[in-house]
Design a binder for this molecule. Structure first.
Ligand SMILES: *Cc1c(COP(=O)(O)O)cnc(C)c1O
Length: 381
């Protein structure tokens, strides 16, 4: 099946008992056993729930993985993954990460003796250097990164990592399976915040891990049950419902993202626009090689710093000032004081997250309204 067909039909098809075309929402914590320890495949909903099974089947299908696992949040998925990376082990990660990911890595370093080495995500040589420097269990990548939209060459870094016996995890939240296929590029595991594009309607919090190899998938499924950061059946249903329209939504986000990036780049009030689909993006060639579209995330660095960014955000009427991303509605936020406030200021500055940086999540509204709104913001700057 082609991707759009897969998105509509993934998850196991019609309910065998009733013919319902959508997976029913099984609001049950426990399941009747026919005799002690004899059951119909379900025992207790932390371990497995039929609505969650439908979602997990769909997650594996849409990323071409062997095993899909659903979690109560993206960070719940990451926390569960970190249970498999004990103290004393080492992670090599790109240095421009989701703030909450950075915070949890930092906690594991302080609390449990995990070692995390951060490198420039754009430099394959930097990953090579870090991998040579010491034994590494996991290479953890975000591409494009949040919020600076930097890219990592996923195929090249995966080859390197495997040569050093490390596994590669890719947070594919920004690109979605529509525009980037990390397992097909050589990665071993994908993480999603399904809160974002997979859910797509800003009405739930959820996460996912999708494993390319069945054995690691089995170990993570064991941890999913042992840790217990699982989503309820209603949230599973909502993510599945979001996945149905993923293809059409992502194309609309992509068209609006491109239009917004090109529009902002022409303004004299703008220092830089970060969007992998722009010709001016420093990794435009890599972007075209490993992505088939660029989505709706655009970061813009305003010349007027914090004060200008605040005036810009205050003037917007269609872009809502809010954290998060990936919903049908357009959102705007200020990384330095919002999503990345937990990153110390000197580290933010060193990584290029300036006080004038505004991150936009372009929704699926009419492009003309979005451009009018941004023109209003720029006038206020
Ligand atoms: C939001 C986000 C997360 C965390 O997911 P939650 O669902 O908020 O826990 C991780 N990675 C990226 C890239 C995100 O945008």
């Amino acid at each position: 099946m082609k991707p759009d067909t897969k998105f509509v039909h993934s998850g196991g098809g019609a309910d065998p008992q009733t013919g319902a075309v959508n997976a029913p929402i099984y609001l049950s914590s426990t399941f009747e056993q026919t005799a002690p320890n004899q059951n119909r495949g379900y025992v207790y909903s932390r371990t497995a729930n039929p609505t969650r099974t439908a979602l997990e089947t769909a997650l594996a299908e849409l990323e071409s993985g062997r095993r899909g696992l659903a979690f109560s949040s993206g960070l719940g998925a990451l926390a569960t993954l970190l249970e498999d990376v004990p103290g004393g082990r080492r992670i090599v990660a790109g240095d421009d990460l989701y703030g909450g990911t950075w915070r949890l890595f930092n906690h594991h370093e302080k609390q449990f003796g995990l070692s995390v080495t951060y490198v420039d995500p754009t430099s394959t040589d930097a990953f090579a250097g870090a991998l040579e420097a010491g034994e590494t269990q996991v290479v953890y990548l975000e591409s494009p990164t949040n919020p600076l939209m930097k890219l990592t060459d996923l195929a090249a870094v995966s080859t390197l990592a495997h040569r050093h016996g490390a596994r590669v995890v890719v947070d594919n939240t920004f690109a979605s399976p529509v525009f980037q296929r990390p397992l097909e590029l050589g990665a071993d595991l994908i993480l999603h915040s399904t809160t974002k594009y997979l859910g797509g309607h800003s009405d739930l919090i959820g996460g996912a891990l999708i494993s390319g190899d069945a054995e690691w998938g089995e170990r993570l499924a064991w941890l999913q049950n042992a840790v217990g950061a699982v989503p309820g059946p209603v949230d599973c249903f909502l993510v599945l419902r979001g996945i149905r329209t993923l293809g059409v939504r992502m194309r609309a986000h992509d068209q609006n993202g491109r239009a917004v990036a090109e529009f902002l780049e022409q303004s004299p009030k703008v220092r830089a626009v970060h969007y992998p689909g722009l010709r001016s993006h420093p990794q435009a060639t890599l972007a075209r090689r490993q992505m088939s579209g660029f989505g709706g995330m655009v970061s813009v660095d305003l010349k007027t710093g914090m004060a200008g960014a605040r005036r810009f955000l205050k003037a917007l009427r269609i872009f809502t000032l809010a954290e998060s991303l990936g919903g049908v509605e357009s959102l705007a936020e200020h990384p330095a004081s919002m999503t990345h406030a937990s990153v110390p200021p000197q580290i933010r500055a060193a990584r290029g997250i300036s006080d004038g940086l505004v991150r936009l999540s372009c929704g699926i509204e009419d492009r003309r309204d979005l451009l009018t709104d941004l023109a209003r913001g720029l006038r206020a700057v």
